[in-house]
Design a protein around this ligand. Structure first.
Ligand code: CP
Length: 309
């Protein structure tokens, strides 16, 4: 079996194309497994994993836990809000105390960009980044790529537009790295106040007009406005944002081709996407969630099987 080139999954930036293809093909095998009547395999029965969530999550936290259970790993869950972090314990002390209980792998979501990388340098365990501030969300990008491949086949030359709050989005950055490594072409679309200035240096074009962006693309990935990370006003009002950058059925049906619509969740129905689009045949939002379990199984399986450098 081939091996990943990394000891941890800290971001898509550190992966090469072979790593991504290995994860996606392994996820394909696991997707078949979890669609059998008996969904569980003993692959990680010797592994103990801790899920550390310092930020809220529904999809990522639950799908990691389910993926661990499908692989027969032992699981403990930690949420910062009811832990001794509240009494002033540091991140490294917290994790080292958890590792003292013979834990092998840490899945961590944290509000600080770079938190997973910092931890990987300080503690002796495999680390998977489940989202670090506005930096990266690698497993989301991998499940997005997997879902796009299911719909469109090989992503080389496929056109993807990421719409919305690019500035505060870890999903956008990880998707850009992942899609470009797989040969796709990426544009971003949104209010210019929510597009980071460095984006063109990544080889990503900015298309400020939503209709033009949608006419160009094969896939539109609609992002949530992340009000929790916005300390100033980036646009006049949500209503005006929706008028300019919201995707509704009328706009979707006016396009000259059928595009694929994605959203990482959680959705703000009626803001970035209307319900009739989110629930339409062109939307693969729930397929993305389904595929998250298989992709996270693949990541943990491959990292667990890798001897650390
Ligand atoms: N897409 C995503 O990360 O969702 P959660 O915040 O619910 O995990």
């Amino acid at each position: 079996m081939s091996n990943l080139s990394v000891n941890h999954l800290l971001g898509i930036k550190q992966l090469n194309k072979n790593d991504i293809e290995l994860i996606l093909s392994t996820a394909q095998n696991f997707k078949e497994v979890i669609n059998r009547p008996i969904k569980k395999v003993p692959s990680l029965r010797d592994l103990t994993v801790a899920n550390l969530f310092f930020e809220n999550s529904t999809r990522t936290r639950l799908s990691f836990e389910l993926a661990q259970k499908r692989l027969s790993a032992d699981v403990i869950n930690f949420s910062a809000s009811n832990s001794s972090v509240k009494k002033g314990e540091t991140l490294v002390d917290t994790v080292n105390n958890i590792l003292a209980m013979k834990v092998d792998m840490i899945i961590m979501r944290h509000a600080s960009p770079g938190a997973a990388m910092f931890l990987a340098k300080k503690v002796n365990a495999k680390i998977i980044n489940a989202g670090d501030g506005a930096h990266e969300h690698p497993t989301q990008a991998l499940l997005d790529a997997f879902s796009m491949q299911e719909k469109l086949g090989n992503l080389k030359g496929k056109k993807v537009v990421i719409v919305g709050d690019i500035l505060h989005s870890r999903v956008a950055l990880s998707n850009i790295f992942c899609l470009q490594k797989l040969g796709a072409i990426v544009k971003v679309c949104g209010p210019l106040t929510l597009i980071p200035k460095f984006i063109t240096s990544l080889g990503v074009e900015v298309e400020p007009n939503l209709k033009k962006a949608l006419e160009w693309c094969d896939v539109a990935n609609m992002l949530r406005i992340q009000l929790e990370r916005q300390d100033i006003k980036y646009f006049p009002s949500l209503r005006e944002y929706t008028m300019m950058y919201g995707l509704d059925k009328e706009l979707l049906d006016s396009l000259s081709k059928k595009i694929v619509v994605m959203h990482p969740g959680p959705i703000n129905r009626g803001v970035e996407i209307t319900s009739d689009v989110a629930d339409s045949k062109q939307s693969i939002i729930l397929e993305q969630v389904e595929n998250g379990v298989a992709v996270r199984m693949a990541v943990m399986f491959l990292l667990a099987g890798r001897q650390s450098d």
